[in-house]
Design a protein around this ligand. Structure first.
Ligand code: FDA
Length: 311
């Protein structure tokens, strides 16, 4: 209920302005976002990789409303990938990038999907030159078919492109079956958008059960599952399924968000597991921050205090 109310409230332009200008917001943002520019992203990547964790970088931005902005986001990704290569951080996929198609044009009227595909192709080409990979983030359910269709097109030229699937969607077990083949990279998460019950499980227990069903498919498949969750129970189940399926460490990976359970990230990495941290950076942090606040009551309290300290 609280989650839904917060997601609804966050759509108001007034609330957005209030949050973006509240001094307390900066404190919250610093916890979840690595900084505003490429230099901040590179600094965070250097620090994280020095403790044997891997990185996926997200240049914040979504629902881009014009093609000029979509091109600017594509260029920012290409510049970031050159920076990662120059710093020796990209090789072997040590630091890769996560891309939201709506940031590079998917939401534009008319030819949005085509524009997003062209921009995403350029980002994949830059990643290929840098020696690393790209994973397509998944947004609300109205974009799932389009994102999976862009994924198919990109994988024809760049077979290593990864995708995110969300266990709260009723369709996802079937999508996992389609995407569990050789060479595939699927990041499984619970899902962070406000979705109707017609397409998504509403109860947390159902979302978790779906997560386990999807994990079973991916771990038994021929691809590289990316277990994106902070949930201790699901992390244990993923480990058990990896053993059951005879998978070696490194044939799958754990993924968590920047600023969330860093001790657990390190514990898994120290055990020899592959652990990747999702690191967002940039000044378009509003949508990302609202989703982080909505998924955890402790974060929500932090968020509301930030509004109260506006002064
Ligand atoms: P959930 O929020 O249900 O928490 C389960 C348990 O985990 C808690 O009870 C607690 O024990 C522990 N936990 C969670 N947060 C914690 C915290 N802050 N501190 C301590 N313990 C905590 N979503 C999406 O829709 N599209 C996408 O593309 C992505 N991409 C993505 C990438 C990566 C790498 C991650 C980790 C997540 C995403 N997500 C996402 C977000 C995802 O869908 C989901 O909203 C969040 O990961 C929160 O869900 P959890 O699986 O962590 O469980």
């Amino acid at each position: 209920m609280l989650r839904q109310a917060l997601m609804q409230m966050s759509k108001s332009a007034r609330v957005r302005h209030l949050v973006e200008t509240a001094p307390g917001s900066r404190q919250v943002v610093r916890r979840f976002v690595a900084g505003a520019g490429t230099a901040d992203a590179l600094r965070a990547s250097t620090q994280i990789t020095s403790s044997h964790r891997l990185v996926t970088l997200d240049h914040l931005g979504e629902d881009t409303g014009d093609v000029t902005q979509a091109r600017a986001i594509r260029d920012a990704y290409c510049g970031l990938l050159r920076g990662l290569a120059d710093a020796g951080l990209a090789e072997g996929g040590r630091c890769e990038v996560s891309l939201k198609l709506s940031a590079v044009g998917q939401a534009l009227p008319g030819e949005g999907e085509k524009v997003a595909l062209e921009h995403a192709w350029d980002v994949c080409q830059a990643a290929s030159e840098a020696g690393t990979t790209v994973t397509l983030d998944m947004e609300d359910h109205t974009t799932t078919d389009s994102t999976l269709s862009v994924l198919r097109e990109l994988r024809a030229d760049f077979p290593w492109v990864g995708a995110v699937l969300q266990s709260y969607l009723r369709r996802t077990e079937s999508d996992c079956k389609d995407l569990a083949g050789a060479g595939s990279r699927v990041r499984l998460c619970k899902g962070a958008y406000d979705e109707p019950e017609s397409v998504a499980f509403a109860a947390k227990a159902e979302v978790d059960r779906s997560y386990v069903r999807c994990l079973r498919v991916l771990m038994a498949g021929e691809g590289s599952p990316m277990v994106a969750t902070h949930d201790p129970r699901l992390i244990d189940i993923a480990g058990a399924l990896a053993v059951q399926n005879g998978r070696s460490q490194g044939s799958y990976e754990y993924q968590m968000l920047f600023g969330v359970r860093p001790d657990e990230q390190q514990r898994l990495a120290d055990r020899g597991e592959k652990v990747r941290v999702y690191v967002p950076y940039g000044d378009q942090w509003y949508g990302y921050l609202v989703r982080r606040m909505a998924e955890r009551p402790a974060n929500t309290a932090f968020f509301l205090r930030s509004l109260a300290t506006r002064g």
